[in-house]
Design a protein around this ligand. Structure first.
Ligand SMILES: C[S@@+](CC[C@H](N)C(=O)[O-])C[C@H]1O[C@@H](n2cnc3c(N)ncnc32)[C@H](O)[C@@H]1O
Length: 396
């Protein structure tokens, strides 16, 4: 059996480790065991990422983009970005610390006819980003936490460029290890039904803080979380702003574990309540975290449109179409989504409604609501949970 196979993903052909050689006892491919990392389950993230490159080009009016895939492994991400966006990408640097990964990335560059467009480097990502700058798009996709790479990445991205940061250290971000989150991201995480959203808000807060300290500020363009990762893409402005642009965008979450009441308190030192005004129980907190929007509205709508229009041409996954459509539908909806299972269990509903039906019923009744891409049972509404439970109960 050969050590490597060639797979097709999107419009790229990629030489990757043979998955049959790295299976656990249940037969599941374990990408971390292979000598070079390639996870087919991250395809959705690369599909959306590739579309984001075009969206960014159109949104910023830039062409001949300089892209850096700073932790590239086989080069899958950066190669797809270049192959699928030939009219927008001028050059791409694929870097990895592992000499073997860099060799495979070189082969993948040739396999896709990208000589002259893609350059492979074999060095520490932070060093590369400190030595070279002026990239329009910087992609940080490491193992686990991206925290150590965010500072150099912010330095390497050009004024008004886009920085995309992926985190796969879900236990700290989702509130399983709040002390680890505090250590890595300077923020207390919390286990709730909307933890994926607070995780994304913690990652954005951290990125914004790292930017502020460098005299830069960030604007969230796109946030997505599926499977085992959270990915945020921000526009980076190289200019100082009052309080580094953090004013009005940082705050805390208050959460009532009994009745599911939740509130975002805006401010660095906001007045936090001790007890839930409805249930009387002690509230739980997350933060400091990003309380501003997770998306730029126009950008998110543009991403959904490009994805839909180019689904076939780019050979993208159907799943990505659904995710990008859901994101475009939730950009203006209230923060901190509910889930139908937590509502059903906390309020003793005889039957758990489907999120889609509940959103439909709420909208028909004049209460704006939307689904969320974060959770298939999730929905967004500004109604209090007891009111949501009574609407759900009336649905039978
Ligand atoms: C999660 S993988 C990247 C996956 C890739 N972006 C993809 O879509 O297939 C992380 C990669 O980072 C590389 N790496 C780890 N530490 C690094 C460092 N300090 N500088 C550069 N690369 C590093 C690893 O060798 C590994 O290939």
């Amino acid at each position: 059996m050969s050590d490597y196979v060639v797979v097709e993903e999107g419009l790229a052909r990629l030489k990757v480790p043979n998955p049959s050689l790295y299976r656990d006892e249940r037969g599941r491919f374990e990408p971390a065991w292979a000598p070079v990392f390639f996870n087919p389950r991250m395809r959705l993230s690369r599909d959306v990422g590739s579309v984001l490159v075009k969206a960014y080009a159109l949104y910023s009016g830039r062409s001949r983009l300089r892209v850096l895939d700073a932790l590239a492994a086989t080069g899958a991400r950066g190669i797809r970005y270049a192959v699928e966006n030939r009219e927008y990408v001028g050059s791409v640097v694929l870097n990895d610390l592992s000499p073997l990964a860099a060799r495979i990335a070189e082969e993948n560059v040739r396999l896709n006819g990208l000589e002259g467009v893609a350059q492979v480097r074999n060095m520490d990502a932070s060093r590369l980003m400190l030595e070279e700058g002026g990239f329009d798009i910087v992609e940080i996709d490491p193992f686990g936490t991206p925290a150590p790479f965010v500072d150099p990445a912010l330095r390497a991205v050009s004024h008004n460029g886009m920085l995309c940061v992926t985190a796969t250290d879900m236990p700290p971000l989702l509130g399983h290890y709040p002390y680890t989150s505090l250590r890595k991201y300077f923020s207390w995480s919390l286990r709730t039904e909307f933890s994926r959203e607070t995780g994304a808000r913690i990652l954005l807060y951290f990125t914004a803080r790292e930017a502020a300290k460098l005299g830069k500020r960030v604007y969230p363009l796109y946030t997505q979380s599926s499977d085992h990762y959270i990915r945020v893409c921000v526009k980076v402005e190289n200019r100082e702003a009052e309080a580094g642009g953090l004013k009005g965008s940082v705050g805390y979450v208050e959460y009532c574990p009994r009745g599911l009441h939740r509130r975002m308190a805006v401010g660095v030192v906001p007045r936090l309540r001790e007890r839930c005004p409805v249930c009387g129980v002690k509230l739980l907190y997350a933060g400091p975290l990003w309380v501003g929007s997770l998306w730029d509205r126009d950008f998110a709508v543009l991403v959904a449109r490009i994805y839909r229009e180019e689904l076939g041409r780019r050979r993208l996954s159907r799943r990505g179409e659904k995710v990008t459509r859901l994101i475009a539908s939730e950009v203006d909806a209230p923060p901190l989504y509910y889930t139908t299972d937590s509502l059903a269990s906390k309020y003793g509903l005889a039957r758990e409604p489907s999120a889609a039906k509940l959103v439909e019923r709420l909208s028909e009744s004049g209460f704006p609501a939307s689904l969320t891409h974060f959770d298939s049972k999730g929905f967004r509404s500004s109604l209090p949970p007891e009111k949501l439970a009574s609407v759900a109960r009336a649905m039978g």
